[in-house]
Design a protein around this ligand. Structure first.
Ligand code: BES
Ligand code: ZN
Length: 617
């Protein structure tokens, strides 16, 4: 009651037309969401107390998830659950009935638990199964040190429900505590306040005091160490990697400072990165306080660290201000790419940021081409009802989202753009927003008040790229294009003009090799620049792609490709290479590699490649 009163007074005082809720929790209304069975307007979770035992022998996580709930008068609460064995449910400590509904292949099953009007806490005792999609259990051979097993989770978009029964909607935020028991030679870390050394008994206690959506709950367990970079940044990695990782990411504190300087305080206290084994299916995953990252960005020269800037940027766009539904995914990723470029520019200058932006521009053209038969999927606002949200997670959200914001910035000027974004993050902090609310906010706070007109709706609700898209230029890339052009015309290449080239220039050079290139020319490039032997994963990946597409077999490249695909599980890399095999009509070779590689892949990568190669178990 006191809260309601204070709220009512503050509403009056600032003359906004805010509602006057009975109490602040009931105030929130959730919008219709097609990727969760939860009915949060009836009964919603607010806090999780997770108590689990992690068994590497049986590869099962078992334990109890206890939730604080708010019941708005319902007789049941619905959670999401997929491939879990539910053993028992209680409501305020007393056994209660529960039921699992029909199984949907993406959504899983609704778990309905009987509650009373007065129920404050529910507890579910459960176990994971071998079908779990979030977890990847790795044997020692699949790690860097090769001596101990490893486990990590991947929650986004709707996989958390495969290791914790939960209301798995980005609109629903919870705080959490966890007690995790692991073998005593391993350390456990979560998207929470983390240990810096191992405990003797393998029991770890976690606290996450900032409310987050279910997709950001994460756990990693392995023989890992911590090394600080500053008092609030640092890295976790296996012993054989820790020094390299620490050196590679030594600019992390500078990145956080640059980000804070742009869009306001970092609200999560700690920013650490854990480098996982190579099967991790993403470049990075923005788990709060502890980004999960692929080891493929440890290049030795900091050339691929924009990934850290990207995941850090999610601490504002995504984690602080979260997309309300997966149809609004571009609000997470498009804003994050824009913010990533701004951090990179602040640290390393405009030229590097523009090279990254141009790579994204080319990715976008390729994606538009690939989606030419489904133009609706090239809109920023998606309609993924009845589909797996993964289907909408392509470069449109990232690169068209970025281009929209960059074009907007060029129209309104950087100063106004930055003030606007800062206020947008502040207004929606620890909350969710959707595309429609964003448009209203944009009109009110940036466009109308400055008398600026902009084709926002065309950008968001129409397919393709509008005509007013910003033109991005990079001298370094023009230079690389010139060298490639001369080579294609004369067959000569002067290696001395490339000595100061950066990784992104090489990537651009290789990606832009035309289909007219001959095998002899590819051989000449490889002999001059040793692309097949590159130790930079990005250069390797684009070179392997060209080798596959153009049937180049020199310098034992086929062996390298096979080795790469058998160790690296990063979905973007793996998909690019298998797609190249498919385009080149080399499906038999692809199938032979996939047969041995598939067991090393996390489910998100395996599911994508299964569809691409029409693979059946
Ligand atoms: N949040 C994404 C990863 C993701 C997207 C997981 C969709 C599940 C579903 C992450 O921030 C990301 O965008 N990673 C990129 C990094 C890149 C754009 C720098 C990746 O993994 O390649
Ligand atoms: Zn991202």
């Amino acid at each position: 009651m006191k809260n309601a009163l204070i709220l009512a007074i503050s509403c009056l005082a600032i003359f906004t037309n805010c509602e006057q809720p009975k109490d602040k929790e009931i105030a929130k209304t959730y919008t219709e969401e097609s990727h969760s069975y939860a009915q949060p307007n009836d009964a919603v979770i607010t806090h999780l107390d997770l108590n689990i035992d992690v068994n590497f022998e049986t590869q099962i996580i078992s334990g109890t998830a206890t939730y604080d709930i708010i019941n708005n008068g319902a007789s049941e609460i619905i959670l999401d659950s997929k491939f879990l064995t539910i053993k028992e449910a209680t409501a305020d400590g007393e056994k209660t009935t529960f039921s699992l509904g029909d199984m949907d292949k993406s959504l899983g099953q609704p778990l309905t638990i009987a509650i009373k009007e007065s129920t404050k806490k529910i507890a579910i005792t459960y176990e994971t199964t071998s079908k779990t999609e979030a977890l990847q259990w790795l044997n020692a051979q699949q790690t860097a040190d090769k001596t101990n097993p490893f486990l990590f989770t991947q929650g986004q978009a709707i996989l958390t429900r495969t290791w914790i029964p939960i209301q798995d909607s980005p609109q629903i935020r919870i705080t959490y505590d966890a007690t995790v028991k692991v073998p005593s030679n391993l350390m456990a870390v979560m998207s929470a306040e983390n240990p810096k050394v191992k405990t003797k008994d393998g029991v770890y206690h976690f606290k996450m005091v900032q409310p987050i959506p279910a997709y950001l709950i994460a756990l990693a367990i392995g023989d890992i160490e911590y090394k600080a970079i500053s008092n609030r940044t640092g890295v976790y990695a296996e012993k054989s990697m820790i020094e390299k990782v620490h050196t590679e990411f030594s600019d992390m504190e500078k990145m956080v400072l640059a980000a804070e300087n742009l869009y306001g305080d970092y609200d999560w206290e700690q920013f650490d990165v854990i480098v996982l084994p190579p099967s991790f299916p993403f470049g990075g995953m923005e788990n709060p306080r502890l980004t999960f990252a692929t080891p493929t960005v440890i290049a030795g020269d900091k050339s691929l660290t924009s990934l850290v800037a990207h995941e850090l940027a999610h601490s504002w766009s995504g984690n602080l201000v979260t997309n309300a539904t997966w149809n609004d995914f571009w609000l997470n990723e498009g804003f994050t790419v824009y913010f990533e470029m701004r951090i990179m520019e602040a640290l390393y200058g405009k030229e590097r940021a523009n090279m990254l932006a141009l790579i994204g521009r080319q990715d976008l053209e390729e994606e538009l081409e690939a989606l030419s038969d489904s133009p609706n999927d090239t809109k920023l606002k998606l309609d993924l009802k009845g589909r797996n949200p993964d289907d909408g997670m392509n470069s449109i959200a990232y690169d068209k989202g970025y281009l929209f914001l960059r074009t907007l910035e060029e129209k309104v000027g950087r100063e106004k753009m930055d003030a606007f974004l800062k206020s947008y993050f502040k207004k929606n902090a620890f909350s969710t927003t959707n595309t429609e609310d964003f448009i209203i906010y944009l009109n009110t706070n940036l466009l109308e008040n400055n008398n600026i007109s902009f084709n926002t709706k065309e950008w968001i609700y129409e397919p393709g790229v509008p005509e007013n898209a910003a033109i991005i230029k990079s001298d370094a890339f023009s230079n690389a294009e010139g060298v490639l052009d001369t080579f294609m015309k004369t067959n000569n290449i002067d290696a001395s003009v490339t000595t100061d080239w950066t990784t992104l220039q090489w990537v651009h050079f290789i990606r832009n090799i035309s289909e007219d290139i001959t095998v002899a020319q590819l051989q000449k490039l490889d002999d001059t620049f040793n692309f097949t032997g590159s130790t930079n994963s990005y250069i390797s990946m684009v070179w392997f792609e060209q080798s596959i597409l153009n049937n180049y077999h020199g310098n034992n490249v086929d062996h390298k490709i096979s080795e790469f695909l058998n160790t690296v599980g990063r979905r973007w890399y793996v998909t690019t290479l298998f797609t190249a095999f498919k385009k080149a009509d080399r499906l038999d070779e692809a199938a032979a590699i996939y047969k041995t590689a598939r067991p090393n892949y996390h489910s998100v990568t395996a599911n994508t490649i299964d569809v691409l190669l029409d693979y059946k178990e």
